[in-house]
Ligand binder design. Structure first.
Ligand code: UTP
Length: 316
């Protein structure tokens, strides 16, 4: 039996749901054969970074919603005995640890979504993976890196005060607001002992509003702490934007019906691994801090920038 590395769970979250059955069209042609969740940030696939965050949270299982065309996702968490014994025979112990790491982080459970009917549909399928006594569960979108880890612990504290569901936001510029789901919020009562600058009550959500109509500059990030009541809401919504069952629509329905929904405004960094424009900066960021590659990468990037600037100057 595998001994997983899960740390103490002050957040009391047992299951983390990782929806990973989308088509990844913004990352074509790579995603014809490679799931975007397996694309490496330096050398580690995004899904392994998510497993690391889930293990640090102290969750005991990660329910990966996957499609039949993406068997590699679960495979990444399995044992590779032949590779390990070859590496051991060659004395490559560092690489052995790298191969074994993913499988030791957290117990992966597979839930198959046969058709990509939307994020809401994918999350709805996770109900079968939860125990009867699980009143709440986390959702982590694998193409969203929210750094440093720990925002779900803060979200669990908010649920402990207010109950209901807790979402995660980050502040964007007015120019960026139309690319995101945007929260309409109101202040919380200061008596709760929670930081009023970073915790707000959500009273509405708008998907990709024009800048002039955006209710705030607080955009949704891919971390959710959802009450089990979401499954009932998900069963009652109709296909929304893009003809897909949207998680946002279920949350909006819950808010309308009086379910408490709050948001934690994340103070750290966020990388969107779902498209090249976000993935490349993530690789540069992780690469620059990497003990093995950081120094050389800094020099290379400096040289590339210099070459680029010289070329631009010569064309001016
Ligand atoms: P995205 O819309 O970002 O992912 O969904 P996508 O559909 O794979 O990407 P594009 O837009 O075609 O480039 C957010 C998350 O929800 C999952 C995706 O895998 C992604 O992690 N998802 C989406 C599902 O699991 N099932 C779905 O039906 C839709």
């Amino acid at each position: 039996m595998t001994n997983y590395l899960n740390t103490a769970n002050s957040a009391q979250i047992k299951t983390v749901v990782v929806p990973a059955a989308g088509h990844g069209t913004r990352f074509l042609p790579a995603t014809k054969t490679v799931p975007k969740e397996l694309l490496p940030v330096v050398d580690t696939p995004g899904i392994e970074l998510i497993a690391e965050e889930a293990a640090e949270l102290g969750a005991s299982r990660m329910a990966i919603i996957t499609s039949p065309s993406k068997p590699g996702l679960l495979r990444h968490f399995e044992d590779f005995p032949e590779l390990v014994s070859t590496l051991q025979a060659r004395g490559k112990h560092e690489q052995v640890a790298m191969v074994e790491r993913a499988g030791r982080l957290i117990e992966p459970v597979s839930v198959v979504q046969h058709e990509a009917l939307g994020l809401g549909h994918a999350v709805g399928l996770a109900e079968s993976a939860l125990d009867d006594d699980e009143e709440a569960f986390a959702v982590m979108l694998p193409d969203d890196l929210v750094l440093p880890f720990g925002v779900l612990e803060q979200m669990a504290e908010v649920r402990a005060s207010f109950g209901g569901s807790v979402l995660c936001a980050f502040e964007v510029t007015p120019e960026e607001v139309s690319s995101y789901g945007v929260f309409e919020v109101m202040e919380i009562c200061p008596d709760e002992g929670l930081p009023t600058e970073t915790v707000k009550q959500v009273i509405g959500m708008v998907e990709k509003p024009p800048a002039a109509e955006a209710p705030s500059r607080l955009a949704a990030a891919g971390r959710y702490l959802l009450d089990r009541a979401v499954f009932d809401a998900l069963r009652r919504i109709k296909p929304g934007q893009g003809g897909e069952l949207q998680l946002t629509d279920a949350i909006e329905l819950m808010i309308k019906e009086g379910h408490p929904v709050h948001v934690v405004i994340h103070q750290g960094k966020r990388h969107d691994l779902g498209n090249p424009a976000g993935y490349i900066p993530a690789c540069v960021d992780f690469g620059l801090s990497h003990p093995k590659y950081g120094r050389a990468l800094r020099d290379t990037i400096g040289a590339v920038l210099q070459e680029y600037d010289d070329r631009e100057a010569s064309l001016a």
